[in-house]
Design a protein around this ligand. Structure first.
Ligand code: MCU
Length: 399
C-alpha cells in the first residue's frame, strides 16, 4: 500500500507557520488505511471518526484537511523560509526569499494603485494571478502576480521548473499551484514589512480565472491572511469536486476529470497521480479545499456554457462547502454564481453587483453588506443530482 504510506509521510512532514497546519491541535490523526468513500468526505468528522462539534474542533479538522490535501494532491507547502526581505520602488515590489545565503531567489510584481491619497491603513489590494480578469472597484490596488516565473504551467513537461523549484529543488513535491501559494505568502510577508508600499494587509483579495482560478482558490485556502478569494471559472481542479466530475462524466458529459488533469499539466503534485483512478481512497475532495477559506470570504463564478468546467460538480461541490460556512454561522460568506452567456473568463456586466458586494464587505470596510448569493441556471436538469446522495452529513452549529 504505497499510497497510504505516502499519505502518512505527508502528514508527518507537515510544518507549522502561517498558511500551514498549525500545532494548536495536539496531534493529527493518521489516516484510516481502510478509507473508502464514493460520496464526498464529511467535513464534520475527523479521520479517526470523532465529530466536529465546536469551532476549536473545526480549527483542528481544518489542520487535518490541510495535511491531507498536501499529502494527496498539493504536495508540501513549505513554511516561511529563514530569509525573506523586499523592496518597493516605482510601483514594483521585489521579494527575496532564501534558505541560506547561497540559496536565494528574487521576483518582482507590479502594483497598480488607485489615484488619490491612500487611506490611513493603506490601500486594499487585489492579487491577480496573471492580473486576473474581473472589473476592479475604485479604491482597490491590483498586484499582478506572474505565477509562471515561480512555477511554470505550460504542459505536463513544466514539472519542477521555476524559481520555487530553484529554491526547493526540482523534485519538491509541491504542485505549481502550491508553489504559487507559497510565493503569494511571501509577497504578503514583504508587504507587511514595507509601509512605503501603502497596502493594508488586512484587506487582501486574490483572484484568477480558469487555471488561475484553481490557483486563486488554492492560495485562498492555504493562506489565512487573504480576506477574500475570488475563483472565476476554475472548473475541475478548482471549485469542482473530483468525485462529482467523475459522476458527471459517467452520466455522459465531457468534463475534465482527475485522470485527465494529471496528464494535461502540473497543477497537482506528482503524489496525486497514484490516486486518480481510485478517488474513493481520498479523505479529501474540493469541498474541503473551499471549506478551508471559511469564515473568510469566498466568491465562486462558473460558466455553464463550458461543460468542460463540470457544472454539476461545481454546484454540488460548493453546496457541500457551504455547509461549513453555515456551521460557522457565516453562510453568506460563500457566494456562488453559475450562469452562461459569455466567453470563458469574460466577466459579464450583470454580475458586477455581486462582485462589488464581496469587495465592499471584505475589502472596503462595509462589513454589513449583504452577500447572500447562491445562484445557478441549473443546466444539469436531467442529471440525477441530489445533494443528499453525495453528502448525507448533518450540519452542526459550531459553538
Ligand atoms: C478551466 O481551466 C483550464 C482547464 O482545466 C484546462 O483543461 C484547459 O485546458 O484550460 C483551462 C484554462 O486554464 O483556460 C484558460
Amino acid at each position: 500500500m504505497i499510497s497510504k504510506t505516502a499519505a502518512v509521510i505527508g502528514i508527518a512532514l507537515s510544518l507549522s507557520g502561517p498558511g500551514q497546519a498549525s500545532d494548536t491541535c495536539s496531534t493529527i490523526p493518521a489516516l484510516d488505511p481502510s478509507f473508502d468513500l464514493v460520496k464526498l468526505p464529511d467535513p464534520f468528522t475527523f479521520a479517526n471518526g470523532s465529530k466536529v462539534t465546536t469551532r476549536d474542533d473545526w480549527e483542528c479538522r481544518r489542520n487535518e484537511i490541510i495535511s491531507f490535501l498536501q499529502a494527496y494532491e498539493a504536495g508540501t507547502l513549505p513554511p516561511k523560509p529563514p530569509i525573506v526581505s523586499g523592496t518597493f520602488s516605482r510601483n514594483v515590489l521585489n521579494v527575496t526569499a532564501g534558505l541560506s545565503s547561497d540559496n536565494v531567489i528574487s521576483f518582482t510584481s507590479s502594483i497598480k494603485f488607485p489615484t488619490g491619497n491612500a487611506p490611513e491603513n493603506g490601500w486594499p489590494l487585489l492579487i491577480g494571478l496573471d492580473g486576473g480578469s474581473i472589473p476592479v472597484p475604485a479604491g482597490v490596488a491590483v498586484l499582478t502576480f506572474t505565477e509562471g516565473t515561480i512555477a511554470q504551467q505550460n504542459t505536463a513537461s513544466s514539472r519542477g521548473i521555476g524559481l520555487f523549484f530553484d529554491l526547493y529543488g526540482a523534485n519538491a513535491t509541491a504542485s505549481a499551484m502550491t508553489a504559487w501559494t507559497w510565493a503569494i505568502s511571501r509577497i504578503i510577508d514583504v508587504l507587511e514589512e514595507t509601509p512605503s508600499a501603502q497596502i493594508d494587509t488586512t484587506k487582501i483579495a486574490v483572484t484568477g480565472c480558469s487555471r488561475d482560478g484553481k490557483g486563486a482558490l488554492t492560495a485562498g485556502a492555504f493562506e489565512p491572511r487573504i480576506a477574500l478569494t475570488i475563483a472565476q471559472e476554475s472548473g475541475s481542479g478548482g471549485a469542482a469536486c473530483w468525485r462529482l466530475s467523475l459522476y458527471e462524466q459517467d452520466k455522459g458529459e465531457v468534463v475534465q476529470t482527475a485522470t485527465e488533469i494529471v496528464q494535461e499539466n502540473v497543477w497537482f503534485s506528482p503524489l496525486f497521480d497514484q490516486y486518480v483512478n481510485t478517488l474513493e481512497v481520498l479523505p479529501i475532495d474540493h469541498h474541503l479545499l473551499a471549506a478551508l477559506v471559511a469564515p473568510r470570504g469566498l466568491l465562486v463564478f462558473d460558466n455553464t456554457d463550458f461543460i468542460w468546467l463540470s457544472p454539476v460538480s461545481n454546484f454540488g461541490c460548493m453546496s457541500a462547502a457551504r455547509d461549513v460556512f453555515t456551521a460557522l454561522g457565516v453562510e453568506e460568506n460563500l457566494g456562488f454564481m453559475q450562469q452562461g452567456g459569455h466567453a470563458h473568463c469574460a466577466f459579464p456586466a450583470n454580475q458586477t453587483s455581486f462582485l462589488d458586494a464581496f469587495f465592499n464587505k471584505f475589502l472596503l470596510g462595509q462589513t454589513e453588506t449583504n452577500t447572500s448569493i447562491f445562484v445557478t441556471n441549473g443546466v444539469w436538469n436531467g442529471v440525477e443530482w441530489v445533494p443528499s446522495n453525495w453528502t448525507g452529513w448533518e450540519v452542526p452549529t459550531l459553538a
